[in-house]
Design a binder for this molecule. Structure first.
Ligand code: GRF
Length: 201
């Protein structure tokens, strides 16, 4: 069984989608650990309510980025994590971390990459005036929001959308493609060939 570690910083609705799928027997793996860099993250409450082990690692404990990531790697290895999911984790990981879990880190991003990388992607999309945005799951590599794409979902932008309304509509799709991408990973059906991710039958 694929052991999943989820990293969160905030409300944790993507984490919740994974936990719900797991409860329904649809995840193909098991979330065994949730780590947050913020002690007040709602995602931690969700994990505790589901009886899942949690860890809080803040920058107060480890102000140095390398030491922070070394500790994070240690915690994940101790828990035999096969897949790391970034579900709204608002920290940039060091190269050391990315190499330690090469091709084993999945991120969810609320735009159709490579458009609107970085924070507040839904607000960026509204400000730019695009007619279609969406969400992307991808493997994490050294560059931010740039690793090989696993799944994408298009979401139309309405003329009266603001960032909040668009974010809310995209979120539902995030939950679906994140669960599906994790399941495909756990079923060993994702093959990375250069920039492309092949979904095997
Ligand atoms: C999501 O929009 C995700 O795409 C982005 O941060 C948000 C996290 O939401 N990276 P939640 O904490 O999963 O509710």
């Amino acid at each position: 069984m694929c052991k999943i570690g989820v990293l969160v910083s905030g409300r944790g609705t993507n984490l919740q989608a994974l936990l719900d799928a797991q409860n329904e027997g649809n995840l193909g793996g098991e979330v065994v650990l949730v780590v947050s860099n913020r002690s007040g993250a709602k995602g931690l409450e969700r994990a505790r309510a589901a009886g899942i082990k949690t860890e809080v690692l803040t920058r107060l404990h480890y102000p140095d980025k390398d030491e922070y990531d070394a500790k994070l790697i240690e915690v994940l290895i101790e828990n035999n994590i096969d897949l790391v999911v970034l579900a709204g984790f608002m920290r940039i990981l060091t190269e050391r971390f990315i190499l330690a879990f090469e091709n084993k880190i999945i991120n969810i991003h609320p735009s159709l990459l490579p458009a609107f990388k970085g924070v507040r992607a839904q607000w960026q999309a509204v400000d730019y005036g695009v007619k279609i945005s969406g969400c992307t799951t991808h493997f994490v590599d050294r560059d931010i929001d740039a690793g090989p794409i696993i799944m994408q979902r298009a979401v139309p932008v309405a003329s009266d959308d603001d960032g909040d309304s668009l974010a809310e509509r995209i979120l539902e799709h995030e939950h679906e493609i994140l669960v599906e991408s994790v399941r495909l990973f756990c079923e060993n059906r994702l093959e990375i060939r250069g920039r492309k991710v092949i979904i095997k039958e």
